[in-house]
Design a protein around this ligand. Sequence first.
Ligand code: FAD
Length: 491
Amino acid sequence: MDRRQFCRSAVAAGVAAAFLPGCGKETPVATQADMGITAISLDGAEIELTKAAIRELGDASSGPVMLSGHPQYDSARMIWNGMHDKRPALIARCMNAEDVGNAVSFASDNNLLVAVRGGGHSWPGKSVCDGGLMIDLSQMNTVTADADTRRARAQGGALLNGLDSAALEKGMVTTAGVVSHTGCGGYTLGGGFGRLNRKYGLTIDNVTGARIVTADGQARWISADEEPDLFWAIRGGGGNFGVVTEFEYQLHPFDRNVLSGNIVWPLEQARDVLEFYAEWSAGLSDELYVGPSLARLPEVGDSVIMEIVYNGDPAAGEKELAPLRAIGKPVADGVAMQDYMIMQTSADAMMAHGVRSYAKNGMVREWSQGLVDALIDAYDPRMFLTNHVAGGAVKRVGETDTAFPHRNAELMLVFVTGWGDPAMDQEMIQATKAQYAALKPYMGGYYDNIEFDGGAAAGNYGPAYSRLAKIKAQHDPGNLFRLNSNIEPAA
Ligand SMILES: Cc1cc2nc3c(=O)[nH]c(=O)nc-3n(C[C@H](O)[C@H](O)[C@H](O)COP(=O)(O)OP(=O)(O)OC[C@H]3O[C@@H](n4cnc5c(N)ncnc54)[C@H](O)[C@@H]3O)c2cc1C
């Protein structure tokens, strides 16, 4: 019997979850004798969790600790990518840092496999596991913003939508990603690319502090002044160092009515458009974000799409954009003054929860004729070949100033597919891999956050890796937080 079947049958047969009222929550208890439940340890072995230990965790928690059979267990274990159908032995739905501390200590004491769920958008499904403990931060989603201090605070399970909305309400903004239902947690810890990063840097460049629960169950505030090594490590090192229960972000004054939108050309004009873009984009201002994609659009067909946000004086933006608009014959030009959130939510429906999805990516240092040719040659209508534009402020941060290593990249090519039918899994995965392979010669290094198969390879972290491994050894010597792009502890 494989591990997944084992977990399903053991949990279902061994534990009929019953629910006792208490403190406005439902506490599950194992009802069959004192056997408790079977779970999976950090090293993959089967272990028993006693009924008493589970009850103790439930009693200490403000939120429910759910076993299979709890009415919310099935919705809680589902994450964004429909490819992942995993069944944790228990799910601790945390309401505050203390609950997180208790859950972490429970896992540590029991040598239990742990998955931490922020917004649940991990492509490879690292935020859920079979047979372990899922620490669910989804209810810790409050964001506040303060225009006087120019700071926002987001709980560890907040979504980018919450961060954007709270900041914009105060006439402020910080860099946030392009799909608004993505979680602040994993997104920020891995780097954070968004439409304003040429002006304000990656999201990690805007993190000014964080509250983190480390493997010992203790919560601490970290910043450039308090535990600077750990603060350095979480800015690019992912969820390796603990559970972040709160982030603090630098905000920037911002007029949400921005010159923005998409320009679309038929794919037949791709060569003219991309050859122009390859030269023109090298001299763009930090205010201008112009990201090209190749995809089949429902009403237009195979297309080149340029996604535009100009973060500055609209007249200057119109002037800077004019040469691009003069290329070829676009079939649509939707660039106009509009609310920033229209762009920030424009891909939400296309990337809806439950889609089956596979993704790869790679960093590109510079445009070349070869890259333009390869992009056109590798076009596949089943794929969304897009990119995150970097450069600007992203590039001005030193390579080892944060744990994010790819400061020299001009852009990140992203190969994404989405489908609904499980029977298509292999076909779509192979299509993505083929397109990625065709572009591989032009890429060096990858972004852990948009990688299905990769891990925290030492080579990919470059000079940051050995420092990360040492900090990991200091704060998580037993590698409790391993369901991430894992950095193994090394003294
Ligand atoms: C539709 C979609 C759009 C995306 N768009 C962008 C984009 O525009 N820019 C960009 O840079 N990336 C983007 N990404 C990639 C995204 O940054 C990663 O998928 C990221 O991991 C998502 O964070 P999450 O909290 O939603 O994920 P989760 O699945 O909850 O977690 C991902 C990883 O982070 C860990 N983690 C999450 N929260 C915490 C926390 N609070 N403390 C400690 N560890 C935590 C988890 O354990 C897991 O290892 C996108 C992904 C998707 C699916």
